[in-house]
Design a protein around this ligand. Structure first.
Ligand code: ZN
Ligand code: ZN
Length: 362
């Protein structure tokens, strides 16, 4: 990781937009721009100030020791609050004669208002500058995402030997989580989705106590987190022998998954990849039952740029990591989704999910 290169990229954006300073406060964005390891958690009280000359990390005493250690040998200076982080930060802005500051679009309104009132200069909310930088991964980031994907693959292999009719969705979700955490996942990037029978027809079902029975489709959407980086995959299996309709739908979703993958390459627009998968379902009369976007970027967050959906004009870049996850959902009946994680390459893609996609009956 080259902290200086990330800072330089953000500074180029400041220069391009003619803004003298940005305050980065999103946890994943702060983690990215600083490159600090073992400092951040979801509850951290911190902010990063970046100007053409300054790279300052503000936090409170709970995080100061870890931050000071992480900042050694980097361009970052650590400031530990005495009483109020934002009051002291705004005072420093005034002392540094900074007259205008950019904030990220996700800044909570209360904080926006507080900073606007406290800081004498002008405050403006800008675009997703850091998220845009995060889209193209460095090789060590891809290695971490690949490790998280591989751990999820192992969890899928493990769960296949574990699922039996009579278990609940909750049993399966817990076992998936337990396996991944025991084998090195730092928490979960999102709670695993385990949806059986009619529940599988809800694209983002929450886990219930429903008992899994013969004849069910069982959809499992889960991921691991390794050294801060996420993975995301979905597989759908059948309990007992799959019905003719279930086979038909599974084959269609698999064809859409493959068509989507084939469309992935550097320079393609997000909407085009979505359309490649959608039209594979349309050929089989199932496009109306595909009700969400085809995919999204994955990195420090499980949902990040770029987006692959019918409205996406994101140009997909080499080095991005994206999901390809078509699904068909028949309300009240069943749903099938197959989701893979891939690295975008100049002329195609490299698969990071290696769990089997052949139809599996348990
Ligand atoms: Zn997923
Ligand atoms: Zn996903």
């Amino acid at each position: 990781m080259n902290a200086q290169a990330r800072l330089s990229s953000l500074r180029r954006r400041l220069a391009l937009e003619e803004v003298p300073a940005i305050l980065v406060m999103g946890v994943s964005n702060m983690r990215y721009v600083t490159g600090f390891e073992n400092v951040f958690d979801e509850g951290i009280n911190a902010a990063c100030l970046v100007t053409p000359e300054i790279a300052r990390f503000y936090t409170d005493r709970r995080y100061s020791e870890a931050a000071e250690r992480a900042a050694e040998g980097t361009p970052w200076a650590v400031r530990v609050q005495r009483e109020s982080l934002y009051i002291e930060l705004c005072d420093e802005l005034t002392n540094d004669s900074i007259g205008e500051i950019a904030l990220e679009p996700e800044v909570p309104y209360g904080r926006f208002k507080f900073i606007s009132e406290q800081f004498g200069g002008s405050v403006k909310v800008v675009g997703h500058w850091v998220e845009e930088l995060r889209q193209v991964k460095e090789s060590h980031e891809i290695e971490r995402i690949a490790a998280a994907a591989s751990l999820a693959d192992r969890a899928f292999d493990h769960i296949l030997g574990h699922i039996k009719p009579g278990m609940t969705e909750r049993d399966v979700a817990l076992e998936l989580e337990f396996f991944m955490r025991r084998n090195g996942s730092d928490g979960m990037p999102f709670p695993p989705i385990v949806a059986s029978g009619p529940n599988s027809a809800k694209p983002h079902a929450t886990v219930t106590d429903r008992v899994i029975a013969t004849g069910d489709a069982l959809k499992m959407d889960f991921g691991a987190r390794v050294h801060g980086y996420c993975s995301d995959m979905t597989r759908t299996v059948f309990i007992g022998e799959a019905s003719e309709r279930q086979r038909e739908v599974y084959a269609a979703v698999l064809a859409a998954n493959e068509a989507g993958l084939e469309a992935v390459r550097a320079g393609v627009v997000g909407a085009e990849v979505h359309e490649a998968a959608r039209s594979a379902l349309a050929e089989r009369g199932l496009a109306e039952l595909f009700t969400h976007g085809l995919g999204h970027g994955v990195g420090l967050d499980v949902h990040e740029l770029p987006t692959l959906n019918p409205r996406s004009d994101d140009s997909i870049r080499a080095g991005s990591v994206v999901t390809v996850e078509p699904g068909v959902y028949e309300p009240g009946v069943a749903g099938v989704r197959i989701e893979d994680l891939v690295v975008v390459e100049e002329h195609g893609y490299r698969l990071l999910s290696h769990a089997p996609k052949t139809l599996i009956e348990i």
